[in-house]
Design a protein around this ligand. Sequence first.
Ligand SMILES: Cc1cc2nc3c(=O)[nH]c(=O)nc-3n(C[C@H](O)[C@H](O)[C@H](O)COP(=O)(O)OP(=O)(O)OC[C@H]3O[C@@H](n4cnc5c(N)ncnc54)[C@H](O)[C@@H]3O)c2cc1C
Length: 497
Amino acid sequence: MSERRVAVIGGGPGGLYAAALIGLACPDRQVTVYEHNADGQTFGFGVGLTASTLGSLDAADPVSAAAIRRAGHPGRGMDLRVGEGVVLDGADNIAIGRATLLSILRERALALGARIEDAHVEASDLDDALVIAADGVRSATREKLSAEFDARVEVDDALYLWAGADFALDRATFLPARTPDGVFVVHAYPYSPDRSTFLIETDDGTWRRAGLDVTDARTPEGASDEESLDRLSAVFGDILGGRRLLGNRTRWQRFATISCGRWSHGDVVLLGDAAHTAHYSIGSGTKLAMEDAISLAAALRDTSDDAAAAARYEQERRPRVERFQRIAGHSHVWWKAFPRRLDLPAPMLMTSFMTRAGNITADAFAAVHPEVVADAVGVLIGTRPTDEQARDPHTLGELVLAGRTAEPGPDTTVLATGPLDAWGPAGDAVVEQARGRTELWLDGEDDGREAVLARCALSERLRLDLGAVVGIDVPRAARADAVGALLAGRVDRVRFR
Ligand SMILES: Cc1cc2nc3c(=O)[nH]c(=O)nc-3n(C[C@H](O)[C@H](O)[C@H](O)COP(=O)(O)OP(=O)(O)OC[C@H]3O[C@@H](n4cnc5c(N)ncnc54)[C@H](O)[C@@H]3O)c2cc1C
């Protein structure tokens, strides 16, 4: 075994970027990337990168960052097409074709001395000093050492399909389509002057009623589900302008949330989707994989002991990754219940969307788009404030909370709840417990942020499922969350304690 050889399993963004950055940081190490898909053949269409991710890439390697920026397609805000719709202008993110991103990273890795082999390998085949398993969400390395990595895989019951279209939308667009079988939702965004990603999701019941389980079963391994693409092209004919959706090994999938109690074992280190995933609705998988690569390469540069470097990498990355996984978890649950909110007035729905994951409060959203928040306040209280009033957190809070801070009344049923998945089985149980009640109040001993967000989500479900008037207890520190929950139609009343 050579002390300096590094093997990377997987030539996705995480593996290729790790190879490039290790070449840059440790020129004496020989890096080989093994990728079993032929050069240029990859799944998917475009991926989004935020300004903050681009900043990390600039700092780690200005050369590849500049190439990525050059090839990227600028974001131009978003368009939520529900009811009268809401358009937000301005964005500092970019999107880039996955194949383009990979070819930039591949060239950079080669220029920095890495070798890239078209080969399928397993960690046990390799005798390199260090094996970086960047072999994606279905990582065979993780699966074979599942107990050693303490790996957990949670597979969603909803379905999504990653398709494309041969034109550039003006901006990121979210659009539901009600069909006799149920609701399909598009998350679409342009990623080049003539291409857009069209990610389409639906629930398991709609999928089966539409017979897409049958078309899925007929689709050969490695092919696209052309029948589904035909059907969805018709469903989303308006936004597609009559064009047909494009496939690239496009078929229905269920999102797998991966987490691992340990990211390394012996000389094997997990990186990117192999170690962790975060729901696609926050568009952060590529970011997390590439930032993992930055951290691991820096740790390898700073210590000659690979085990110590792997430990430092995990210590540095785990809290950041887990934060994103928490945010993604809220976003995931929000999207699952999205079809239930289609009758909300558009400004409220947009406020609900922006505050869905808890990382952006209504105040923060109002600082950038006061016009939307002012419209949402107008819907809630009947009088639209000025944009200036909406932008000021104190005034916003006063307007929204006036008449909506209350105590549970004598006929109110009070339920103590902890942090739970409002739209999962635990939420189902609370709905059953509360059935028949028209006035509900949610309290609970836990006043942590996660518990408050879960209470808001459960309150929303009780409002939607039972038509009940629902109040919640929140700590004073969660005032901004309470304002957001009222503006998003999640709760009717709040009591501060
Ligand atoms: C629908 C959808 C939409 C997404 N949208 C976004 C987005 O907007 N923004 C974003 O940042 N991310 C997005 N992502 C996530 C993103 O695509 C992944 O998180 C990212 O690609 C992870 O990079 P990775 O390098 O860890 O793994 P991957 O990109 O999966 O790469 C793994 C590579 O390993 C190869 N491989 C696997 N096993 C072997 C083996 N044994 N031998 C050799 N090669 C092997 C595979 O062929 C593959 O090329 C999205 C994902 C999905 C599913």
